[in-house]
Design a protein around this ligand. Structure first.
Ligand code: HEM
Length: 145
């Protein structure tokens, strides 16, 4: 009787551990499709290499602290993808205020991000999931329509 109870308890502990490990894996699935922190860092590096020469976005970044922005953006994307990160940057609205960012500039930056995701082999459906999370952020970065 006692042994059965112990066996049941052990089984319950194992099951719980398995289920939480599994849930954890599922939670991180999207983040893993981006290659985790290292993958995100590569994507953000490639994106910024383009953004600073793309005539549609370059003027915005002439005096921008790119070395600061990149790790903050990596953190932010990591959070959006349900990765194990904390965003330590400034709020989106305050950061982008007064920069005259419009829809064209926003779309251009998103296109440059898409190219960087393609280059780094992020599956199309995973790309779309991130883009869907970024799209509503236009409200916070825009100064005009
Ligand atoms: C969803 C879209 C965007 C996201 C998630 C994003 C994210 C960020 C982050 C995390 C930072 C750094 C914040 C910090 O310093 O603490 C930043 C800064 C900056 N972003 Fe964005 N951004 C977006 C769109 C844009 C667009 C469309 C432009 C212009 C074309 C832009 C231009 C800048 C500039 C110039 C800075 C540096 C501001 C400064 O410190 O002087 N961003 N952005």
């Amino acid at each position: 009787m006692m042994t059965t109870t112990i066996r049941h308890a052990a089984l319950a502990v194992m099951l719980t551990a398995f289920m939480s490990a599994n849930a954890h894996a599922e939670d991180n699935a999207l983040y893993r499709q981006f290659g985790e922190k290292e993958g995100l860092a590569r994507i953000v590096d490639d994106m910024y290499a383009t953004v600073i020469v793309d005539p549609r976005t370059a003027p915005y970044f002439e005096n921008a602290p790119i070395r600061r922005i990149k790790p903050k953006l990596v953190e932010q994307l990591c959070v959006l993808l349900d990765g194990p990160c904390v965003y330590t940057g400034r709020p989106m609205k305050r950061t982008h205020e007064g920069q005259n960012i419009d829809r064209a500039a926003f779309n251009a930056l998103v296109e440059d991000l898409q190219a960087a995701m393609d280059k780094n082999g992020v599956p199309f459906h995973a790309q779309n999931k991130l883009l869907a999370k970024l799209a509503p952020m236009y409200r916070d970065v825009q100064d005009r329509e």
